[in-house]
Ligand binder design. Structure first.
Ligand code: PMP
Length: 444
């Protein structure tokens, strides 16, 4: 009998140890971590240099309350993080995870509006589908009905715009008119809401768990930034999943040369070694809030020196092992292999992603883009079959959480070709088994 509980009563094997891209359960079975946990373990498991840095910090201090002490570890990580962000973004606020970071970004934005005499701005526009966290503030801007609906009466309703799922709408993502079409929806929403009431637009530069590695159409991100600027709406980039090298740049915003107002980081930022997240904000934005009386926000564990020492060591390892470049190279190699799988398995309807944030969507019919029937729970079935075969991948139901199945293939950024072969071969076998099962269920 376990005293633990998570989302469901489903039990998983006991983890024994993890090294590099592999994990072993207590029975000695090996699993290839094809999703880096939940797109977290970007530098692989048990990196000895990170463990050494953590050990050194632990021997010095593991906790110093931020109102009593500053620490070298948190100062150092803040400086290293700011140096990796666009010009003029030098102010870093630490938290312990992605939801906390999103909450912090929204509250900082609101306090900035108050500080500059724009107290009428409070609406935060986000996209549907999207995922920004499970705490009530972050959930209020999450576009994923199955997760939000039970709590709707407890949250302020916030406006949403459609995520740019060009493949579903039959539009060409390489056509600048497509990006302009979706960006125009943001502008229309800002105008409909009344620009003076809109505080911020929160967006994942490449869609994560809710959309399955949705890459924006050409011109979309640049247009969105321009629209936000023109209407005085802050642009908050949720790089919780895309940050720390995942898409082949340290931050995904580099793909489009964006300069947002706030960047949100977690997951790969400490790569699973400790709970850590951060927001990085424009200097003038933070200055206005501090001059306006201070930021009314903070978590007890914020800036924890052990977490910060691990974070700095992770950034060091990303640089030392050239993992941003490897994410780009291996991402291209993985895409080729997934395209190969799509050619053999008709159930794969779309392969997409950037760097090592890759996914494929399963569909019943390529032309109509009809999803597989929801009752088949095909995405979970494929995940379970692959898991039995020793490969971990991550899945969600997409399309507003109601229908459609996508599988995320996002291994640690340290992968080599041999790991990609292992991932593809196992997926190939798992997809074959799934096809047999689906054929059987059709006959039943
Ligand atoms: N934002 C994004 C884009 C995420 O992918 C996630 C986690 N999946 C979060 C926020 C929330 O992070 P956490 O689970 O660490 O609270």
């Amino acid at each position: 009998m376990s005293h633990l509980f998570y989302q469901t009563s489903q039990r998983r094997p006991l983890l024994d140890q993890a090294r590099g891209v592999y994990l072993w359960d207590v029975d000695g079975k090996r699993y290839l971590d094809g999703s880096s946990g939940a797109m977290v373990c970007n530098i692989g498991h048990s990196n000895p240099n990170v463990l050494d840095a953590m050990r050194r910090q632990m021997e010095k201090s593991t906790f110093g309350y931020r109102l009593h002490f500053e620490t070298e570890a948190s100062e150092q990580l803040a400086a290293r993080t700011a140096a990796l962000c666009p010009e003029g973004m030098n102010k870093v606020f630490f938290v312990s995870g992605g939801s906390e970071a999103v909450e912090s970004a929204i509250k900082l934005a609101r306090q900035h509006a108050l500080a500059v005499g724009q107290g009428g701005r409070w609406k935060v526009i986000s996209r549907s589908p999207s995922y920004h966290g499970c705490t009530l503030g972050a959930l209020a801007i999450t576009g994923y009905a199955p997760l939000t609906e039970p709590f709707a009466p407890m949250m302020r309703a916030m406006p949403r715009v459609p995520a740019p799922r060009a493949y579903l709408d039959g539009l060409d993502p390489a056509d600048p008119a497509t990006g302009a079409h979706y960006a125009a929806m943001l502008e229309a929403e800002i105008l409909a809401q009344g620009p003076d009431s809109v505080l911020a637009f929160v967006v994942e530069p490449v869609g994560g768990a809710s959309t399955g590695a949705l890459v924006p159409p050409v011109g979309y991100m640049e247009a969105v930034q321009e629209i936000c600027r023109r209407h005085g709406v802050l642009l908050i980039l949720d790089e919780v999943m895309t940050g720390a090298g995942r898409t082949g740049r340290f931050l995904a915003l580099e793909h489009w040369g964006l300069s947002p107002d706030i960047v949100v980081l977690s997951k790969g930022f400490a790569a699973g070694y400790v709970p850590l997240g951060a927001i990085v904000a424009r200097d003038d934005l933070v200055a206005a809030v501090l001059e306006g009386g201070g930021f009314l926000h903070g978590f007890t564990y914020a800036g924890n020196p052990l977490a910060c020492a691990a974070g700095t060591a992770v950034i060091d390892e990303i640089a030392r092992l050239d993992l941003v470049q490897n994410a780009e190279t291996m991402g291209a190699a993985l895409r080729k292999r997934l395209d190969g799988l799509a050619a053999r398995h008709p159930v794969i309807g779309d392969v997409r992603g950037l760097g090592l944030l890759m996914a494929f969507e399963m569909m019943a019919d390529h032309d109509s883009k009809a999803p597989l029937p929801a009752h088949l729970n095909a995405h979970q079935r494929l995940v379970d079959i692959a898991y039995d075969m020793g490969l971990i991948v991550y899945s969600r139901r997409t399309r507003d959480g109601i229908e459609g199945d996508h599988i995320m293939v996002c291994p640690p950024l340290i992968v080599g070709e041999q790991h990609l072969d292992e991932i593809t071969d196992t997926l190939d076998a798992a997809l074959t088994r799934l096809a047999d099962e689906l054929a059987l269920s059709e006959m039943a």
